[in-house]
Design a protein around this ligand. Sequence first.
Ligand code: FES
Length: 60
Amino acid sequence: MFVCVCSAVSDRQVERALDEGADTLDALAAKTGAGACCGSCRPLLLNLIDEHRYTPALAA
Ligand code: FES
């Protein structure tokens, strides 16, 4: 599923970038291009960043 239509970035690409340490909007934009155009996907990207941050704690 695309999370950023402008840059054609999928949720899997975002998850991979998060796993590689790109855990801010700027870092995700630099690594994948997501959020670097119109910005309408940024709230969703922020949710994915938050989920990524808290998932390890929930699993522990
Ligand atoms: S939809 Fe992501 S920057 Fe436009």
